[in-house]
Write a protein that binds this ligand. Structure first.
Ligand code: PEP
Length: 256
């Protein structure tokens, strides 16, 4: 049997609807410069659609990967305002965030809809970062594993083991996103382990061992190292703290 490759942690910055063109270029340059000296972790930045192209140019030959924050499941056509997977690929994206809690809860995206995007992303050669996470009420009702399990099941339905192994999962408890409340390393590790077990049960242990599972929710330089030292936490999806180079790079430095 072939040895299972080590999971390389992925720290990804989700810039959301922030920054302007100039600030996006300045931030991308600062991250690209610092990334030259970093080898133990993969870094990605996910600017708003309209800045993807200039950020790609700012990154030049840098190892920093480009990601988008969303996409349409449709390949082309009369879908005013939408962006296809092929367009993201064309502009240099490697990753695309799908099923972020803000899209699930503010825009009503369902697991079935997210699943169509996951398939379209993979078909176009993009790596989806599939977000799952429970509401505070779910956690208090003891439903965390059931909620994230259903999201995993629905969002990743129909993927082959090979396709699943390439997916990046992001566990982002909704109560921790942008609130300053962070899951404890133990709380996060418990859910990451449960997700990996679900993938193992559904596919096999080799597939589960290859899937990277990021944590997201108020990650900062001060809490990153402890979270990232957990055995099943393979990086972070970072919102607020990804908007300042110093903070984002401080989180990257938390990977040991
Ligand atoms: C996010 O939106 O993916 C996120 C984790 O945000 P924040 O780091 O600001 O909590």
């Amino acid at each position: 049997m072939e040895p299972i490759p080590m999971r390389k942690p992925l720290i990804a910055g989700n810039w959301k609807m922030n920054l302007d063109r100039h600030a996006a270029i300045v931030l991308a340059n600062a991250i690209a410069e610092a990334a030259e000296k970093i080898g133990n972790v993969e870094i990605a930045i996910c600017p708003p659609f309209v800045y993807l192209d200039v950020v790609r140019q700012a990154l030049g030959n840098s190892v920093v990967a480009l990601g988008a924050q969303n996409m349409s499941p449709e390949p082309s056509g009369a879908f005013t305002g939408e962006i296809s997977a092929g367009m993201l690929k064309d502009v240099g994206c490697k990753y695309v965030i799908l099923g972020h809690s803000e899209r699930r809860h503010l825009l009503g995206e369902t697991d079935a809809f997210i699943n169509t995007k996951v398939h379209a992303a993979i078909a176009a050669g993009l790596l989806p970062v599939v977000c799952v996470g429970e509401l505070l009420a779910d956690r208090e009702a003891g439903k965390t594993a059931a909620v994230v399990g259903a999201q995993l099941e629905g969002s990743c339905a129909g993927l082959s083991p090979e396709q699943m192994a390439e997916v990046v999962m992001a566990y982002e408890p909704v109560w921790a996103i942008g609130t300053g409340k962070v899951a404890s390393p133990e709380q996060a590790e418990e859910v990451h382990l449960a997700l990996r077990k679900m993938i193992s049960d559904r596919y096999n242990s080799q597939t589960a061992e290859r899937v990277r599972i990021q944590y997201g929710g108020s990650v900062k330089p001060s809490n990153a190292a402890e979270l990232l030292s957990q055995p099943n936490i393979d990086g972070a999806l970072v919102g607020g703290a990804s908007l300042r180079a110093e903070d984002f790079l401080g989180i990257v430095a938390g990977v040991k």
